[in-house]
Design a binder for this molecule. Structure first.
Ligand code: AMP
Length: 537
């Protein structure tokens, strides 16, 4: 017997068409670099996303071609989120916080054909330009300044469309976008999302027990659109038809609070570092801001400390702790209290809310330790493994990382967790040798290799240590060669040309030897324990 239900593909154009038909009057607001506000409606967004799709096809885009974006969070980026896949292209969001040499590597690895870039980021484009082969560069004129000669103005590019666009035929497993994430060994790795994975992820993340996003909400994603697709929120928001507010490049506490108040924001999302800025601004002038009562702050990317959840509660704002990964589109778990925990003592409720949470529908989790699958007892640790319809099954054009997947088809997250009897996942540690600072990754290995190429350095181990603002910062443990000399300042200057500024360690220690495991590897856990209480200036 067969089902009698249609075989209806899950594709992004469905979400775009629905938004265009149903939510034409809903507003999309963006803060521009000069701090002024750009406002338009879903009707404008819909028209322009299709114009972009048509213009791209006219420019020769073929199905599966990659179109890169180097952009902040704003309306034109949203147009790219939908317009590029509508044309059959693959949206490739470039992380503008990376060093130009890494961006160039990623562009070349993904074989990006086109690039859409904000005019305020042209300097960054100039730095990668000599190292990449991009056929066509389109510049979004956010400042109103003329676009430099030889480059194409995004507004003129859209005008090449005649309004006669028709979608190519899609399979739901066709690609829509790709994001690169940091590798612990070697270069960044690309994840390619499909129409199907994106639609299913949007549905699951909008659910009441996930982010609970509805047409009545006003959403402001602080999380960058170049990091894991701003956690998929532009897709989810467009699917439900809520008002969308984008902060452009202004991510400080005051600018965000001003937008929250002005636009009556009900849900916002970002990494803990951003929320510390908000807590500071709120604590300084507690009565200044008139925010929507119960505004939800989705916190992810790094752990939301319990103290942060308590602090926001005092201001009448609700922290919603979530965990995810670029490899997971990215949503994996959300920490909402189950019905039976609503009446638990206050301290217990906070303990649960500070956990990473319950897996969303369609995501399966298990913790696997040395003795196999860990019991769900809230104690036994194991590596978190996941599977589901929006979890990556491999990286783009990369064989080396195949061990990230188990032989029975689970993705190994590199996060070490326990799972309790209620099913809440709690991250205790991670096996990935990386540092997450302000929501973005720093590679310990890259810093170590660069430090070890300094003539005075015999050995270098770089570890993550806690930092009150950035969550983690790198600490470099250095063993100098006999008779050689080098100061922390000197080593920092040595690293400077090779790395983005925020990668450079401020903390250095000089040791006689670096502790090692029996197999001769650096024993980083010992170093981490030793320097956990680092006194930041
Ligand atoms: P990314 O792919 O850059 O989004 O990073 C994913 C990784 O960030 C996860 O594997 C975790 O190590 C970390 N992460 C994300 N969300 C959380 C969270 N809520 N608590 C702790 N770590 C997190």
């Amino acid at each position: 017997m067969h089902s009698t239900i249609m075989d209806f593909p899950l594709t992004l154009p469905h979400l775009l068409e629905r938004a265009g038909k149903l939510f034409g009057k809903v507003e999309i607001t963006s803060r521009l670099p000069d701090k002024s506000l750009h406002r338009y409606s879903y009707a404008d967004f819909y028209r322009r996303a299709l114009a972009l799709a048509e213009a791209l096809q006219k420019a020769g885009l073929k199905k599966g071609d990659r179109v890169a974006t180097l952009m902040w969070n704003h309306y034109a980026h949203l147009e790219a989120y939908f317009g590029i896949p509508a044309a059959g292209g693959v949206l490739h969001t470039l992380n503008l916080r990376l060093h130009p040499s890494d961006i160039a590597y990623i562009v070349n690895h993904a074989e990006d054909r086109f690039l859409i870039v904000d005019d305020v980021l042209l300097k960054l484009y100039e730095a990668i330009k000599p190292h990449v082969k991009i056929e066509r560069v389109v510049v979004v004129p956010l400042t109103g300044q003329p676009v430099p000669a030889g480059l194409e103005n995004y507004e003129d590019f859209l005008k090449t469309a005649t309004g006669s666009f028709s979608y190519p035929k899609f399979d739901e497993n066709d690609p829509v976008g790709m994001c690169y994430t940091s590798g612990t060994t070697g270069r960044p790795k690309g994840v390619v999302y499909s129409h199907r994975s994106t639609v299913l992820h949007s549905l699951a993340s909008a659910l009441p027990d996930s982010l609970g996003l509805s047409q009545r909400d006003v959403l402001l994603p602080v999380v960058p659109m170049f990091h894991a697709n701003a956690w998929g929120l532009p897709y989810t928001a467009t699917m439900v038809g809520c008002k969308q507010v984008y902060p452009g490049p202004h991510l400080d506490g005051e600018s965000l609070l001003d937008l929250y108040e002005r636009e009556k924001v009900t849900t916002t999302a970002g990494v803990p570092t951003i929320w510390l800025g908000i807590i500071q601004a709120l604590s300084k002038e507690p009565t200044r801001w008139n925010l929507q009562k119960g505004m939800r702050m989705v916190v992810g990317g790094s752990a939301a400390p319990e103290s942060m959840i308590r602090a926001f509660d005092k201001f009448g704002l609700e922290v919603l702790h979530a965990w995810g990964m670029t490899e997971m589109s990215p949503l994996g778990t959300v920490s909402r209290l189950k019905r039976n925990l609503l009446e638990a003592p206050e301290d217990e409720r906070y303990l649960y809310r500070a956990k990473q949470g319950l897996p969303t529908p369609l995501v399966e989790v298990r913790a696997v330790g040395e003795k196999g699958e860990a019991p769900w007892d809230g104690k036994t640790l194991g590596e978190l493994q996941v599977r589901g319809p929006w979890v990556a099954a491999g990286y783009y054009n990369l064989q080396e990382e195949a061990d990230k997947w188990t032989s029975d088809g689970w993705f190994r997250t590199g996060d070490v967790v326990n799972i309790d009897a209620e099913g809440y996942v709690k991250i205790a540690d991670r096996t990935k040798d990386l540092i997450k600072s302000g929501g973005e990754w720093i590679s310990s290995l890259d810093l170590e290799s660069a430090l070890m190429s300094h003539p005075a350095v015999k050995e270098a181990a770089v570890i993550a240590i806690p930092h009150p603002k950035w969550d983690e910062r790198p600490l470099a443990a250095i063993v100098l060669k006999e008779g050689a000399n080098a100061s922390a300042e000197e080593l920092k200057s040595f690293l400077e040309p090779k790395f983005a500024k925020w990668w450079l360690p401020e903390a250095f220690v000089f040791l006689n030897e670096i502790p090692r495991t029996s197999t001769g590897k650096f024993l980083k856990s010992q170093l981490r324990d030793q320097y956990r209480e680092w006194k930041w200036e």
